[in-house]
Design a protein around this ligand. Sequence first.
Ligand code: SF4
Length: 396
Amino acid sequence: MAGKLSFSYSKMTLYKECPQKYKFRYILKIPEKPKYYFAFGTALHKVMEYLYSSLKPPFPPLETVLAFFKTDWESSTYEEKGYPSKLKEQEGYLEGVKIIEAYYKKHLKDELSPLATEFRTTVDIDGLSVIGIVDRIDYLGEGKVSIVDYKTGKKINREPDQLMMYQKLMKGNKELENIVKTRYPQADGIEVSNMLFYHLPSLDSQTFEPASEEEIKEFWSRVLAVAADIKAGNFAPDPGETKCRFCDYKDMCPVWKLSPSEMQELQAQPAEKESAKNPMDILSDKVDAYGKALREVKNLEREIIAAMQKEDINRHFGKEFEVSLSKEETLDFTDRQKVVEILKEFNLLGKTLVPTLGKIKALLESDFIKPEQRDALLKLARYSTQYKLNCSKTEE
Ligand code: SF4
């Protein structure tokens, strides 16, 4: 890979998640599908940028900020945002409104001196062209600045790597120095003296002391190692059960074209990385996986039953499992009103309490009912046959 590598914290994160995924996204430039949580985060970031765009009080009133959010939210469809339905998109909108209102209530009176919002800088360093977009930079006086990064996901606590990247990019940053000098001519240079993640859904922040020279050095060596791997074209896939399941590139990924045993071997390795995830994220993944697995089972069941009926067989074997079909005669009553009338006429309504299908069936099998009454009810019954698929492990 010739020339300077265009790099950023999010690129590094994606490469660490899976080099093959990085290749699909940044080398082959195949876009991922829209994700609702990114759309939600972007919308709230835009609101925060708008709120502090004047860089000094008075900041816009809540109604104006909410109107800005609404207009921006409505400028794309739910599909474009990646929501599964209009209803879910509406829930996202209402959640956004709730967050903005709560933020406003808590921070309206804060004495903030934002120097910049969505401060974008590109720094050429060690053969990399590193792009950083800092959500907000506040001025603390005497050349000291605070770096603020908004978070909108479920996870509140994080490692400070992203902030360290910004700290590195802010050191001696001419664009930032110019902003400070223009507004505070007496300031002599700039120094990052505070860094924080601000979690908008919980209105909670996680503050960090600036990293020491040693810590930055160690962090930067990790950045350079990742960059070196990318430059060397190392894009070996790093599969993981959860991450692959939800990866947009799964259909084209070489891992999933391997034999089942090779694939199992690869899948068995990533447990360590998966355990670093937030337990609630893991639970959400499992809920989705469970729902998808149930859907797959139902589809398979339908397909197997149809194929067995077509071949006119009621037992079939796979390599490890066998299935058999059993028939179940089911009884239904289309005209429930008529059934109730008959039950009343024969003074049997009291025997069923509420005449549900199960209760009527039980009555038909009981001794309470006389043959002519049973015949009258059965005349209204409709029989149908349902097939049940039984599956068991084939005995050796
Ligand atoms: S399917 Fe898995 S291994 Fe393949 S690119 Fe996606 S995350 Fe990486």
